[in-house]
Design a protein around this ligand. Structure first.
Ligand SMILES: Nc1ncnc2c1ncn2[C@@H]1O[C@H](COP(=O)(O)OP(=O)(O)OP(=O)(O)O)[C@@H](O)[C@H]1O
Ligand SMILES: O=P(O)(O)OC[C@H]1O[C@H](OP(=O)(O)OP(=O)(O)O)[C@H](O)[C@@H]1O
Length: 221
C-alpha cells in the first residue's frame, strides 16, 4: 500500500497559472478546492494514478517549508522563495515558465541616491537573506526591516531608505512614488521536491518527468 503523497501549492497568484499545468500532469483537485466558501486546506485529487494524492494550499513561503521538511513531497513555488530559504533538502528540478517577475531594489522618485559611499543602509523587505546578500556583494551592510507586504510604504514613512520587493509591471512602485534602481533576480515558478522523497518514492520522479515534458512541449509549440 502506497503512502499518501502530498502536493503543496501557494494560495497566491501563481495558482491560477499553475492549475492548467497541473491538470495536464494529472494533478486535479476535488471540486471543493474551487469553492470559495470552503475553509478546508487539504483536498483529495481525482483519479488514482498517483495513489492517494492530496493537495494542500498554504502561503507561498510555507510551500518551501512543508517540502523541505518532507511534510509534503512535491510543491510549486516561486524561485524567489527557493533562493531566499536555500534549504538543502529541497530540490527545484523544473522551471515551469510561469509566474514571471523580478526581485528589485526601489527608492523614492527624485531621491535615487545610488549606493554612493554608504557602508550601511536600512532596507525594508520580505526577503532578508537575498537582500543582505545583494548588498554584501556591493560592500554594504544592509539592516533589513522585515515586512510581509506593503513594503512600498516604508521609505515614505521613514522606516527604510529603500525596499527590495517583487516587480512585474512596475505599477505598484509607480503608484507609490518609487522607482526601480536595480534588479537582483529574475524569477519564475518552480516544481520543487523533497530530495529524500525523490529517492524513495517513484511517484515523485514520475511527476518531475511529467512536468518537465509539459514545459518542453509548451516551449516547442
Ligand atoms: N507581481 C507579480 N507578478 C508575477 N508573479 C508574482 C508577482 N508577485 C508575486 N509573484 C510570484 O508569486 C508568488 C506568490 O506571491 P503572492 O504575493 O501572490 O503570494 P501570497 O501567497 O499572497 O503571499 P503571502 O504568503 O505573503 O500571502 C511570489 O513568491 C512570486 O514568485
Ligand atoms: O509590478 P506590479 O505588477 O505592480 O507587481 C508588484 C506587486 O506584486 C506583489 O504584490 P501582491 O499583489 O502579490 O500583493 P502582496 O502585497 O500581498 O504581496 C509585489 O509584492 C508587489 O507589491
Amino acid at each position: 500500500m502506497l503512502k499518501p503523497l502530498t502536493f503543496a501549492v501557494p494560495k497566491g497568484r501563481i495558482l491560477d497559472e499553475a492549475l492548467p499545468l497541473m491538470a495536464h500532469a494529472g494533478v486535479v483537485p476535488e471540486a471543493e478546492f474551487h469553492d470559495k466558501k470552503s475553509r478546508a486546506l487539504s483536498f483529495a485529487c481525482e483519479g488514482d494514478e498517483f495513489g492517494d494524492m492530496r493537495l494542500i494550499r498554504v502561503r507561498a513561503f510555507d510551500v518551501a517549508t512543508f517540502v523541505a521538511h518532507g511534510a509534503a513531497q512535491v510543491g510549486i513555488v516561486g524561485s524567489d522563495v527557493v533562493e531566499e530559504f536555500a534549504y538543502s533538502d529541497l530540490y527545484a528540478p523544473v522551471d515551469l515558465d510561469i509566474g514571471h517577475c523580478r526581485l528589485s531594489v526601489a527608492e523614492p522618485v527624485g531621491q535615487e541616491s545610488g549606493n554612493g559611499s554608504a557602508s550601511h543602509l536600512r532596507v525594508a523587505s520580505k526577503y532578508p537573506n537575498l537582500t543582505r546578500k545583494h548588498f554584501e556583494k556591493l560592500g554594504i551592510q544592509a539592516e533589513v526591516v522585515k515586512l510581509n507586504g506593503a513594503m512600498e510604504l516604508a521609505p515614505g514613512l521613514g522606516l527604510a531608505s529603500r525596499i527590495v520587493d517583487l516587480v512585474s509591471t512596475g505599477k505598484t512602485l509607480k503608484d507609490n512614488g518609487l522607482v526601480e534602481t536595480s534588479q537582483i533576480l529574475q524569477i519564475s515558478a518552480r516544481l520543487i521536491v523533497n530530495r529524500a522523497a525523490l529517492k524513495t518514492d517513484e511517484r515523485v520522479g514520475a511527476l518531475v518527468e511529467r512536468f518537465r515534458a509539459l514545459v518542453a512541449q509548451a516551449k516547442a509549440a
